[in-house]
Design a protein around this ligand. Structure first.
Ligand SMILES: [Zn+2]
Length: 236
């Protein structure tokens, strides 16, 4: 069943490109290969002629990052995650990267300009592991967990100069991404280890509610944030 979903998602991806009037480029279909290691397969589809010529080393490092972090993320968060993942190097995608249904689209311009930003892979494939479906919980938490995972499991955040920014008075837990991630790191360290795993699991089973924080840690998310801010200010 998962195989079918994967093939469909690849097809939809190509369809989406066709709708953007880029069928010719897709038709040239520059390269596609499939790598299997242990029980995981990565299908790497390149729709960008520039990336094919210049991105060989980046491609290799993206593949290495995938085979290093995806099994770790699966083991820590969701052992039933998809065994096959598709990466598409898509010149029509203007963000950095995005993920849906086992497929990650990468912007070739970004990957060639920032070839050390390999933990984009770590963040994006965590979205496959998360597999929360619709209306599972707040989007800020989904993105916060993905950046928490990038921070903990990242292959080379240092070279990419990717850090969790210091707390500022304007920050709030629902700012998502790195601001939420830093708050989650503090909860794991100073409040209750394993909270992120439990939140992730509840989001996937659609049992997450606003009460989850209190049940898991004894404090509401607002109380946790107040404690985090107080602790940071004391340390500063
Ligand atoms: Zn994300």
């Amino acid at each position: 069943m998962k195989k079918i979903i994967l093939i469909i998602s690849l097809f939809i991806g190509i369809q989406a490109n066709a709708q953007q009037g880029d069928w010719k480029t897709v038709g040239k279909f520059i390269s596609r290969d499939s790598i299997t290691k242990d029980s995981y397969t990565l299908i790497f589809v390149d729709l960008d002629s520039t990336f094919v010529k210049q991105g060989g080393a980046v491609k290799q490092r993206m593949e290495d990052a995938f085979f290093k972090v995806y099994p770790q993320e699966a083991k820590a968060f969701n052992k039933k995650t998809l065994r096959k993942v598709v990466f598409i190097i898509d010149p029509n995608y203007n963000g950095v990267a995005a993920t849906a249904d086992g497929t990650v689209r990468f912007n070739p311009k970004w990957m060639l300009k920032q070839p050390t930003d390999l933990d984009v892979v770590t963040h994006e494939v965590m979205h496959i592991v998360q597999d929360y479906g619709d209306n599972a919980g707040p989007g800020w938490l989904t993105e916060g967990i993905a950046d928490y995972v990038r921070y903990v499991y990242g292959v080379d955040n240092v070279t990419a100069k990717w850090i969790l920014p210091a707390l500022k008075p304007t920050h709030h837990y629902d700012n998502a991404y790195r601001i939420t991630a830093r708050f989650l790191v503090w909860i794991e360290k100073d409040v209750k280890k394993g909270t992120v795993q439990k939140l992730d699991s509840q989001l996937r089973s659609h049992t997450y509610t606003d009460e989850s924080w209190k049940k898991l840690t004894g404090k509401t998310v607002d109380e946790l944030w107040a404690a985090y801010v107080a602790n940071e200010n004391k340390a500063a």
